[in-house]
Design a binder for this molecule. Sequence first.
Ligand SMILES: *[C@@H]1O[C@H](CO)[C@@H](O)[C@H](O)[C@H]1NC(C)=O
Ligand SMILES: *[C@@H]1O[C@H](CO)[C@@H](O)[C@H](O)[C@H]1NC(C)=O
Length: 365
Amino acid sequence: MLAFAVLLPLLLCATGEAAFAFTDGLLPNGNFEYGPKPSQMKGTVVIGRYSVPKWEISGFVEYIESGHKQGDMLLVVPEGAFAVRLGNEASIKQRVNVVKGMYYSLTFSAARTCAQEEKLNVSVAPDSGVLPMQTLYSSNGWDSYAWAFQADYPVVEVVIHNPGVEEDPACGPLIDSIALKALYPPRPTNKNLLKNGDFEEGPYLFPNTSWGVLIPPNIEDDHSPLPGWMVESLKAVKYIDSDHFAVPGGKRAVELVAGKESAIAQVARTIPGKVYTLTFAVGDASNSCKGSMVVEAFAGRDTVKVPYESKGTGGFKRAILRFTAVTTRTRVMFLSTFYTMRSDDFSSLCGPVIDDIKLLSVRRP
Ligand SMILES: *[C@@H]1O[C@H](CO)[C@@H](O)[C@H](O)[C@H]1NC(C)=O
Ligand SMILES: *[C@@H]1O[C@H](CO)[C@@H](O)[C@H](O)[C@H]1NC(C)=O
């Protein structure tokens, strides 16, 4: 962290990019509040590659105003009054000035419309990732997703593409609020053998949305939007902040929203035969997620189940797993035993919150 702080200004001066490199937040017209002129639209369909200010579009792209009706479906927009919809094989892209070599995380909001099996291919060459949208986590239909990349060039092109082939091209997903944030990958220290155990480093969270950001399952990707952590299995975990949720420590934490189908993990260096403690906080996000919850923590072959009774109003307890390392690399993993739904809408997935994860060796076991 210190090395970065010293190095970065030098790097910036040397390349002369400092004045132009992107600062954390929405991309220019990232919430699509500036739209095409009436002459650049046919109904809701945008005509012309450069008709949405700051963006280049390709394929069947619609410009949708909040409250637009499609059949018996009313489309709402999370930020401002407008969003875009990507039909089959449609894409939007924008060039962004970044700092070469730096890691960035992209956050955007998306909603399925009529099609069920949606996916989005997010790319910043040469990286790309296909984010599944089959599971709806929020009851209002909108979820925010995070994805990360390392900038190989000082100018990158952010592309969101719908690879879908639905019968009705107007059934593609709505996209809104596209933001970027520089990531500073943390290192393990003598106070914690895990990186980013407090989850303070992570993707951009929209100040005006109250549903957190999904960290999608990310098996092959070594560039995690939640630095240090991998999301294993099939489903996402949710990244939440203290502005909108209760978190056990600091400003950010992780909500395990998909039961045993999602787990977050990290591999730590350990010395075989040595005794370690894995300590962590288990709580609830104060989001009407009520009931008996259990967080399962694993460290190599050892495991502990931590029950937590949630009233859905916030709170947490601390837990510990003491183990003897058997290998030089120990996988630490967390998952929620049960599925839980919010008691205020009975349709949003929710779950226990974990935070403040520390791995330390025990001097005198
Ligand atoms: C996603 O898009 C990138 C960039 O266009 C492409 O290279 C990659 O093959 C695409 N992935 C899939 C699964 O379509
Ligand atoms: C959040 O909402 C406030 C009040 O509606 C608005 O002034 C502000 O611009 C919004 N922020 C973003 C990032 O959209």
